[in-house]
Design a binder for this molecule. Structure first.
Ligand code: FAD
Length: 459
């Protein structure tokens, strides 16, 4: 998929008076932290709002789960993180880190030196990053943003309050808002014919933490993403049977999975019945106790009021120029972190560099009309290629082209070749060794190149 042609952004000098713009960043996960750094590097004044009691976002593991295991209901008390206790990264740490702050192993007894470390190591890395760049002092912890809306002069009113309280919020006016609220909290659940009368339990992976509740159960797990892969294996160690239902699968892989006597791969569920039976599309069926939805997440911006200029339609957030700026509201509203199937932190770094450069007037956006035409061309290209709307922000192969475009706008160095190659070698390894890709690999030459590169930032 090619990036639709756009008029190139041009550089111009920043008039000093514009450098005092006041910007609200919503969220202090990886996206919010790096955005705050980039905004401040451009001389802008920044406040980061974070509803949690620490920075790190998704990487703040909690054993808590929501009262509804499916995570449905718009006014439920949400738990932000979807991490399970045993989670290790699914990308090698060399790929994951920000470019000038490599994710190398930490000294000390609490470090996890593995190449695919546990979740705590990532949280520690993000906290170190916040400390190193003085971001922590910009963050207002336990401060939930409940409303962001346009006011006169294209400014934004941000209403926030102490998290968990129902006190009246505090109003503040900002010149610009960057939304970094994360997109792995609002479960997407599979639609299954007959489900309203099916007597078993249902849970979404958002509320999965440990395998124990599945002991001796017959589990149908929907989805074959990285989480589905991990969780199915973990549950198989205690469950009676685990049956994965997958929308897509490699020919010849259906049936009992090698190395397990209680794990099967099936095509998608066709329907379920009130006697507890689950039917698969190939006609096979089983009697199951639980359906576990590892079916991903939906974009959700409960606090954001844009007068209809930005909508979420079938998981397309739009219209957005390059997944970031709504043309009519640009550059005063922007989003970091919407694209998925990417190397997240590096992409956040580039998106936020671009936003910061534009907000400080060092970089210029095309006209509103040109941005809108670009978005329309992009949507047409998706339609022509048969890509469903809900995959609008799924980049995968196109991510490096996207990053290269961003680096060309920002005038910063392009992604390192080793990072690109390492991403693909990791994906290949995952398919070749789904059980052991985190501990066995062949891309030693790329590891060497990465560490040679890191010397300039870590010495
Ligand atoms: P988040 O980390 O979710 O941060 C958003 C922040 O915004 C949170 O702190 C939240 O509390 C705050 N917030 C939200 N709404 C409000 C509000 N109204 N007011 C105030 N604060 C608010 N990525 C990798 O690179 N490698 C991996 O191995 C990997 N594994 C993953 C495994 C799982 C199960 C999941 C769910 C994701 C994984 N990811 C992985 C992707 C991961 O989400 C990204 O790496 C990244 O951490 C996302 O950062 P973010 O800042 O966009 O969102």
């Amino acid at each position: 998929m090619a990036i639709a042609g756009t008029p190139s952004t041009t550089m111009r000098q920043l008039p000093m008076s514009l450098a005092s713009r006041h910007v609200a960043v919503i969220g202090a996960g990886a996206a919010g932290l790096v955005t705050a750094r980039e905004l401040r590097r451009e001389g802008l004044s920044v406040v980061v709002f974070e509803q949690g009691d620490q920075v790190g976002g998704t990487w703040v593991y909690t054993p808590r789960v929501e009262s509804d295991p499916l995570g449905l209901g718009s006014i439920r008390a949400t738990v932000h993180s979807s991490l399970y206790r045993s989670l290790r990264t699914n990308l090698p740490r060399e790929c994951m880190g920000f470019r000038d702050y490599p994710f190398v192993s930490r000294d000390g007894p609490d470090g996890d030196p593995r190449r695919f470390p546990g979740h705590r190591e990532v949280l520690m890395y993000l906290k170190d990053f916040a400390r190193e760049f003085g971001i922590a002092e910009l963050v207002r912890l336990e401060t939930e943003v409940v409303h962001v809306g346009l006011v006169e002069d294209s400014k934004w009113k941000v209403i926030s309050r102490k998290s968990g309280s129902d006190e009246a919020g505090v109003d503040e006016i900002f010149d610009a808002v960057v939304v970094c609220n994360g997109h792995f909290t609002e479960p997407r659940v599979a639609e299954i014919p007959g489900i309203s009368k099916w007597p078993g339990k249902q849970i979404h992976s958002h509320n999965y933490r440990v395998p124990e509740p599945f002991r001796d159960q017959v589990v149908v797990l929907i989805g074959s993403s990285a989480s589905g892969l991990d969780i199915s294996r973990e549950i198989a160690a205690v469950a009676k049977e685990v049956h994965i239902a997958a929308r897509t699968f490699v020919d010849g892989t259906l049936g009992k999975q090698a190395g397990y006597d209680n794990l099967w791969l099936h095509p998608m569920i066709e329907s379920v019945r009130d006697d507890g039976t689950v039917y698969f599309l190939d006609g096979s069926f089983i009697l199951a106790d639980v359906i576990l939805h590892c079916t991903g997440y939906k974009y959700h911006f409960a606090f954001l009021e844009t007068d209809g200029y930005v909508t979420v339609d079938d998981n397309r957030v739009g219209p957005l120029y390059k997944h970031i700026f709504p043309p009519v509201l640009a550059p005063w509203l922007s989003f970091v972190g919407l694209p998925w199937k990417v190397i997240p932190f590096r992409m956040f770094e580039l998106q936020s560099k671009w936003i910061a450069g534009v907000l400080s007037n060092r970089l210029m956006l095309p006209s509103q009309k040109e941005m809108m035409e670009d978005v329309e061309d992009f949507y047409s290209s998706l339609e022509v290629s048969g890509t469903p709307k809900r995959y609008t922000h799924s980049l995968f192969d196109y991510q490096f082209e996207y990053n290269d475009w961003l680096t060309s706008q920002c005038g910063c160095p392009a992604d390192e070749e080793w990072r690109k190659e390492m991403f693909y070698s990791c994906v290949k390894n995952l398919f070749a060794r789904p059980e052991s890709y985190r501990d066995e690999w062949e891309d030693h030459h790329l590891l060497l190149q990465a560490h040679e590169d890191f010397i300039q930032y870590t010495l």
